[in-house]
Ligand binder design. Structure first.
Ligand code: GLN
Ligand code: ZN
Length: 764
C-alpha cells in the first residue's frame, strides 16, 4: 500500500504522430479500417506499457480517441444529430467521422476550444426532446483490450454535468441540463458493464467544476453523483477536476458520494489547505502536482513539501499523486529530441518524463527522501543554476522592459489627429480594400521550403524562389485593384514559429507535437529565456515588396499575446513579464519597418481572446496587461504610421472595450459567418477607430459574388460610419488556392467600388 500515482490521460497521437498518418491515409482511402484499428491498438498498447514502465499505479484507458474524446462521449450517449441520418444501433466509424468532418450533405459539428487550452473539442448538440442511448461501447471495449494485454486500467469518462454544459441546445428554450436524467440512464449502463468487465475504479472528469457555476449546476452535481454512486456499487468513482481552482465549488465537489477527488494544484495551489480541512474521512484526494500543460521539469523539493503536508493529514492510503490534468496537452517523449541545446533540454519534461517525476515523488513519500536523494539533489541544483543563468536572464532586457512599461502608455496623439495625418500620407479611397496577409501556400512554396530544410537548395536559391512568390502576389494585387497590398507571407511556415526562430529566448523541438484537433497537431515553440531581437526579422521582405509597387505595402507581424498563447511559456516568471519582453522585441521590428519607409504595419492578435482566464473575475487583470503589451509594441510609432491589427473571430461583445483600448488605427476581423452578432456589438458600442469586418469567408472554397459582398458592406454601413470601414476577407488566404482567391478578391474590389459609387453624390 502507501501513496499511489495516477495518470489522467496520455497523448494519443503517438510519439511520431502515428495516429495522424494513419487517420489521413484512412480518410484518403489508402488504409483499410482493419489497418487503422491495428495502428491505434499499437498506440494504446505502447502507451500503457510506457506508463507501467514509468511506475504509474493507476493507468487510464479510454483516454485514447480516434478524433476527440468529447465526440466519443457523443457516440457513447447516442447523441448523433439528426442531419447525419443515423437511425439507431451502434455508431460506426463512418457516422463518427461524419460528425467530426462533415459530409457533402451534412455540415460537421461545431468545434471549439477546450477550456483555455489549444485543443479543440466537438461541441455536443441537443435538440428538443433529444434521446440518449448507449451508442458506443468503446470505453468497455478498451478496458477489455487493456485487460487482455495485462493492464488493469482505470477507464476515463467525461462526467454528465460537464458533458451537458459543454454542449449546446439547437432549439431555443432548451437547457442542456434538462437532459440530465436521460444521460444518467446511459452512464448507469456503462458503469454496470465496466463493473462486470472487472473494472475497480473509473475516472470521471468534471472540469466544469472549475468554472463560474450557478446554483442549478451545483444542484445538478449532487443529483447526478447520487445516481452514479448507486449505479457504481463497489466500483470506485474518482471525480477529476482540472485547469482551475474549484473555489466556491470545492465544497460541492468534496461532498459528492465518490471515492476520491482530484484537484489541480498547479492552477490552484491555494485550494489544498481548504480541501484538506474539508475532505470527508472516507475520501481519497488526488493531487495534481506535475504540470500537464507545460514542458518544464517540476521543482521536486518544493512539490515534495506540499505532498508531505497532504500526507500528514490524509495518511498514505488516501493520497494519490498525479499530473495536474491529462497529459494530452504535453508532447510525448523528450528522449526523441536530439537537436535541443543541453541547457534547454535539461530543463524539460514531456509526458513520459512527467510520469517519471511522479515516481520520484511517490518514492520519496513512501520510502523517505533519502531513497531518491540523487534525483532530488540534481533537480535542486538545476533550479539553482537556472535561477542565475545568463542564458535565461538578460539584465538588459529586464531593464529595458521595465523602462518601457513605466512610460506613459498610448500613442503620441489621439486617433483623430493620426487619422488626418495618415490619410494625407496614404491618400486612400473610402472603403479601402486590403487582405489579411497570407496568400496561397502553393505546392512550389512548400517544395522549396522542404528542399531548403533538407539542404537540397541553399539560402539564396530559397530566397529567390520566395521573392518570385512575392512578385506574383504584388502583381496580382495591383491587377485586382486592391488599395493596400501585402507581400503574401510565403516565407512563413507558421505565424508564431517564424518569429520564434528569429528571437533570442526561444527553442524549437523536432517532435514536440501536441494535438490541436483530430489529426491536426501543433508544435509550439518553447520560450525558455528573456526575449530579445538580435536583428530585423521581416524588414527585407517588406522592403522588397514595396520596391515592386507604388501602392502602399503593409508590414506584417505577429503580436505579443499571440506569440505567448501559442508557445510553451517559461513558468519562472509571470506570463505578463514574458509578454512584455516579446512586445519590446516586436516594437524594435516596428521601429525598423517604420525607418524603412513602411507606412502601414499590421500586428496580428488572433489569440487575444483565447487568453482570457476561465474565471470572469480574472478577466480585467488579463485584459489590462494584454492591452498594455500590445500598446508597448505598437505605440512607439509616429502619428502618420498606421497600425492595423487582426483577430479571427467575431465574438467581441464582452471584450469590445479592451479591443478599443488597443487603439489600433484599423482592426480587421472575421464577420462573414457571424456578421449579425458582430454588427450587434457595434450597434451598442461606438467603436472609435477604423474597422474591417470580413466580407469573404476564407474557410470555404466558395467564391462569393460582388453583389453578395456589396450587400455585406451596405449592412455594415448601418452600424458603422462609411469613413470608418475597410473592406477585407475574414482572415489570411494561405489555406486557399489561387483559383479561388483570384476571382474572390476581384469580386471584393468590385463590391467596394459598387458601394463607393452608390455613395457618391448624384449629379443634380
Ligand atoms: N497575417 C496572418 C495571415 O494572413 C494572420 C493569420 C491569422 O489571423 N491567424 O495568415
Ligand atoms: Zn485571422
Amino acid at each position: 500500500m502507501g501513496v499511489k500515482t495516477a495518470n489522467l490521460g496520455f497523448p494519443r497521437i503517438g510519439a511520431q504522430r502515428e495516429l495522424k498518418t494513419a487517420l489521413e491515409a484512412y480518410w484518403r482511402g489508402d488504409l483499410s479500417q482493419a489497418d487503422l484499428q491495428q495502428t491505434t491498438r499499437e498506440i494504446r498498447r505502447s502507451s500503457w506499457q510506457l506508463q507501467r514502465d514509468a511506475g504509474v499505479d493507476l493507468i487510464p484507458s479510454n483516454d485514447f480517441s480516434l478524433y476527440d474524446h468529447i465526440l466519443d462521449m457523443v457516440a457513447m450517449l447516442g447523441a448523433v444529430p439528426p442531419r447525419f441520418g443515423h437511425v439507431g444501433g451502434p455508431i460506426g466509424l463512418d457516422t463518427y467521422f461524419a460528425m467530426a468532418r462533415g459530409t457533402k450533405t451534412a455540415k460537421a459539428m461545431e468545434m471549439t476550444k477546450w477550456f483555455d487550452t489549444n485543443y479543440h473539442y466537438i461541441v455536443p448538440e441537443f435538440e428538443a426532446n433529444q434521446r440518449f442511448y448507449l451508442g458506443s461501447t468503446k470505453v468497455i471495449d478498451e478496458f477489455r483490450e487493456a485487460k487482455e494485454l495485462g493492464f488493469v486500467t482505470r477507464p476515463v469518462l467525461l462526467g454528465p454535468v460537464s458533458f451537458l454544459l459543454l454542449g449546446k441546445a439547437t432549439t431555443a428554450n432548451v437547457t442542456p441540463l434538462s437532459f440530465l436524467d436521460r444521460v444518467l440512464g446511459v452512464y448507469t449502463q456503462v458503469l454496470e458493464r465496466l463493473r462486470a468487465a472487472g473494472a475497480e475504479s473509473v475516472q470521471v472528469d468534471e472540469p466544469v467544476l472549475g468554472l463560474d457555476l450557478d446554483e442549478s449546476a451545483r444542484q445538478a452535481y449532487s443529483r447526478a453523483y447520487k445516481s452514479l454512486a448507486n449505479a457504481a456499487g463497489p466500483l470506485q468513482i474518482f471525480l477529476t477536476t482540472y485547469f482551475s481552482p474549484l473555489r466556491e465549488n470545492l465544497k460541492t465537489a468534496l461532498q459528492l458520494p465518490v471515492a476520491g477527488v482530484h484537484l489541480d494544484l498547479v492552477r490552484g495551489p491555494e485550494q489544498l489547505d481548504e480541501a484538506l480541512a474539508a475532505v470527508p474521512a472516507d475520501k481519497t484526494v488526488s493531487l495534481g502536482v506535475v504540470d500537464g500543460r507545460n514542458i518544464w521539469k517540476n521543482p521536486l523539493s518544493k512539490t515534495l513539501s506540499v505532498c508531505e503536508r497532504a500526507l500528514s493529514v490524509l495518511g498514505p492510503d488516501r493520497l494519490i499523486l498525479a499530473p495536474s490534468c491529462s497529459l494530452l496537452h504535453s508532447p510525448v517523449d523528450l528522449d526523441l529530441e536530439t537537436d535541443l541545446e543541453d541547457h534547454v533540454k535539461e530543463r524539460l519534461a514531456f509526458a513520459r518524463q512527467k510520469l517519471q517525476e511522479l515516481q520520484i515523488l511517490k518514492t520519496a513519500l513512501n520510502e523517505g527522501p533519502d531513497a531518491v536523494a540523487d534525483a532530488l539533489e540534481a533537480n535542486d541544483a538545476l533550479f539553482k543554476r537556472v535561477a542565475h543563468s545568463t542564458r535565461v536572464h538578460n539584465p538588459q532586457v529586464k531593464a529595458r522592459v521595465g523602462t518601457l512599461a513605466a512610460e506613459r502608455p498610448g500613442r503620441a496623439s489621439p486617433f483623430a489627429v493620426r487619422k488626418a495625418k495618415q490619410q494625407e500620407r496614404l491618400n486612400l479611397p473610402v472603403l479601402p480594400t486590403t487582405t489579411i496577409g497570407s496568400y496561397p501556400q502553393t505546392p512550389e512554396i512548400r517544395k522549396a521550403r522542404a528542399a531548403f530544410k533538407r539542404g537540397q537548395i541553399d539560402a539564396s536559391q530559397y530566397e529567390a524562389e520566395m521573392k518570385r512568390q512575392v512578385l506574383r502576389v504584388v502583381r496580382f494585387q495591383e491587377q485586382a485593384g486592391l488599395d493596400v497590398l501585402v507581400h503574401g507571407e510565403p516565407e512563413r511556415n507558421d505565424m508564431v514559429e517564424y518569429f520564434g526562430e528569429r528571437l533570442e529566448g526561444f527553442a524549437h523541438t523536432r517532435f514536440g507535437w501536441v494535438q490541436s484537433y483530430g489529426s491536426r497537431c501543433v508544435k509550439p515553440p518553447i520560450i525558455h529565456g528573456d526575449v530579445s531581437r538580435p536583428k530585423p526579422m521581416t524588414v527585407d521582405w517588406i522592403r522588397y515588396a514595396q520596391s515592386l509597387t507604388s501602392k502602399p505595402v503593409k508590414g506584417m507581424l505577429t503580436g505579443p499575446i499571440t506569440i505567448l498563447q501559442w508557445s510553451f511559456v517559461r513558468d519562472d516568471q509571470p506570463r505578463k513579464d514574458t509578454a512584455f519582453q516579446i512586445a519590446a522585441a516586436i516594437r524594435d521590428e516596428i521601429e525598423d519597418l517604420e525607418a524603412a519607409g513602411t507606412g502601414i504595419i499590421q500586428i496580428d492578435e488572433p489569440a487575444l481572446r483565447e487568453g482570457l482566464p476561465l474565471r470572469q473575475s480574472e478577466w480585467p487583470a488579463y485584459l489590462r496587461w494584454a492591452v498594455q503589451a500590445f500598446q508597448l509594441a505598437s505605440c512607439g510609432v509616429r502619428d502618420e504610421t498606421q497600425i492595423h491589427t487582426h483577430m479571427c473571430y467575431a465574438d467581441f461583445n464582452d471584450i469590445i472595450e479592451a479591443i478599443a483600448a488597443l487603439d489600433a488605427d484599423v482592426i480587421s476581423m472575421e464577420a462573414s459567418r457571424s456578421g449579425v452578432e458582430l454588427l450587434g456589438t457595434f450597434a451598442h458600442f461606438q467603436y472609435p477607430n477604423q474597422v474591417g469586418p470580413g466580407v469573404y469567408d476564407v474557410h470555404s472554397p466558395r467564391v462569393p459574388s460582388a453583389e453578395e459582398m456589396a450587400d455585406a458592406i451596405k449592412q455594415q454601413t448601418t452600424v458603422l460610419n462609411v469613413d470608418q470601414l475597410w473592406v477585407n476577407p475574414d482572415c489570411g488566404l494561405k489555406t486557399r488556392r489561387w483559383e479561388e482567391v483570384e476571382p474572390a478578391l476581384k469580386n471584393m474590389v468590385a463590391a467596394a467600388r459598387q458601394v463607393r459609387a452608390s455613395l457618391a453624390p448624384k449629379p443634380a
